[in-house]
Design a binder for this molecule. Structure first.
Ligand code: NAD
Ligand code: ZN
Length: 373
């Protein structure tokens, strides 16, 4: 390991409570009953906000199981684009107009996009203002509405982390509300919910957990507990992705646990070189986070040689096609934009390459890397 740097992370907040295992979604109704009763005792309404991945609009088996009441509201979250600050503001305004300024709970059911919407909505309802105001570190002043996260795809760790990733279209800044108040109060991890995820998407999102942890373990900012979480996350990912069928019930449960632990790992450490370059692809070309990470792995042979070999072995074993040639037709201005959107990620780049990362990652070098993708 190179120089160990002080991460500056002193206190770590984890998810309040969780359920894990097949059919654990059935625990939701009892939990909501308690929260509704408490709200009424506190002189508030008992309604709950459900934010559900749009995939489940056509699959009523999920919505039939969430004990929806007439006093509740259910919004389907589109996943074509990753969350933008003004999309979140519009959603909050419409929920307030519908009378949900003080719900008994906010429940997010879906992938990273939906869970990030739920975290942001919960914080904004109690803190006021707009989403862009809270992009940064510890800007959220008071706890949000009780928030429950129910992942339906595994890998990002959004169910565990203290952030909700969003892009501000006005500034191009992709940055979340990093705060202890962003952590879910309760998470339900039911691997039955991931049975319908398409193969490629399952691989791309699952690999986010693997990539977070190889970046953390190869970095200079270290934390003893974070390292342990990272090692076990990688171990579980190997079991899932080097086996023939990555989507058996047992493997879906393993990946759900890997995602959770990977989120815990990242809460105590930093990512490395893959994530800044991936953020460049997302901000400039609109490529979604998890597939963008996998595309970046095409250029990582010199930086993470062992993980590079293992990643491509897993992709080949699972016969997953990672997109190629995404920067093929770009001009000079695009490469400059890609460079700028990547180089701004100071902490992860210092973690990966040291404090002089800008002299290593010159604009020409970064352009060469993007050309390999
Ligand atoms: P996603 O929300 O992007 O969804 C990916 C696709 O899978 C969508 O088409 C969705 O509809 C579909 N899907 C989800 N569950 C399904 C199911 N059970 N069956 C069939 N289809 C299903 O998923 P993701 O990859 O988990 O999330 C990516 C997002 O997470 C990005 O916006 C990224 O910025 C964010 N993220 C957040 C954190 C954090 O700490 N908050 C960390 C990493 C990434
Ligand atoms: Zn990630």
């Amino acid at each position: 390991m190179a120089n160990v740097l002080n991460s500056g992370i002193k206190l770590v907040k984890n998810v309040g409570r969780y359920n894990v295992g097949a059919s654990s979604l059935d625990e939701l109704s009892g939990l909501l009953t308690r929260l509704r009763e408490q709200a009424v005792c506190d002189g508030k309404k008992s309604g709950v906000i459900f934010l559900v991945d749009q995939y489940f609009k056509a699959d009523a088996t999920l919505t039939d199981r969430i004990a929806l009441q007439v006093s509740d509201v259910l919004e389907f979250i589109p996943t074509k684009d990753e969350p933008k600050t003004d999309d979140i503001d519009r959603l909050v305004a419409s929920l307030i107009l519908k009378g949900f300024s003080e719900p008994a709970a906010v429940v997010g059911i879906g992938g990273g996009i939906t869970m990030d919407y739920a975290k942001a909505v919960s914080n904004l309802l109690t803190n006021g203002g707009n989403a862009a105001q809270y992009q940064g570190w510890d800007l959220v002043k008071v706890p949000g509405i009780f928030k429950i996260g129910i992942p339906t795809i595994s890998g990002t760790g959004a169910e565990t982390t203290r952030t909700c990733v969003m892009t501000n279209p006005a500034t191009g800044m992709k940055l979340g509300m990093n705060s202890d108040f962003t952590v879910f109060d309760h998470v339900i991890m039911d691997p039955e919910l991931t049975a319908t995820v398409p193969r490629d998407q399952y691989f791309f999102t699952g690999m986010d957990a693997y990539i977070h942890c190889i970046e953390a373990l190869e970095g200079s900012y270290r934390n003893a507990i974070g390292d342990a979480y990272s090692r076990e996350t990688i171990n579980l990912c190997r079991q899932v992705f080097l086996e023939d069928d990555m989507q058996t019930p047992a493997n879906r449960e393993k990946l759900m646990v890997a995602s959770y632990l990977g989120g815990c790992a990242i809460a105590t450490s930093y990512v490395g070189l893959v994530h800044p370059l991936s953020a460049g692809l997302s901000v400039v070309l609109g490529i979604h986070h998890c597939v963008a990470n996998c595309i970046v792995m095409r250029a990582m042979a010199d930086y993470y040689p062992a993980a590079y070999d293992e990643f491509w072995k897993m992709a080949e074993h699972q016969r997953v096609k990672v997109p190629e040639g995404v920067c093929q037709n770009l001009g000079e201005a695009d490469f400059k934009a890609l460079y700028e959107a990547s180089i701004m990620h100071q902490k992860p780049l210092t973690n990966a390459l040291g404090e002089n990362y800008k002299s290593i990652l010159t604009q020409d070098k970064v352009t060469d890397l993007f050309k390999k993708m």
